[in-house]
Ligand binder design. Structure first.
Ligand SMILES: [Zn+2]
Ligand SMILES: [Zn+2]
Length: 84
């Protein structure tokens, strides 16, 4: 075992740094995904299904979830659902 003069505090700081880096690397999402319609979309523009965990584009999400956004807004009138 190498007995380099590194204090316990320095060692813990390093562990913390590595831990944070690994966390960031794991969290980095894929940039694009292919939808079931065959089109590539930015992941941030897609919608993940709660049940099957597949990501869908807006059009496919409406079909998958069985309702268009327009229909849902009509059924759920609320200031936060207003057209913006
Ligand atoms: Zn699609
Ligand atoms: Zn689903």
């Amino acid at each position: 075992m190498i007995t380099k003069n590194i204090s316990e505090g320095e060692y813990l700081d390093k562990l913390q740094r590595i831990y944070e880096q690994q966390k960031r690397i794991k969290l980095r999402p894929p940039l694009t995904l292919v939808c079931s319609c065959g089109t590539v979309f930015w992941m941030s523009n897609m919608y993940k299904c709660l049940y099957c965990k597949e990501y869908f584009c807006a059009k496919c999400a409406e079909a998958h979830f069985g309702k268009t956004v327009e229909q849902w807004r009509k059924e759920n009138p609320s200031p936060i659902n207003g057209n913006s």
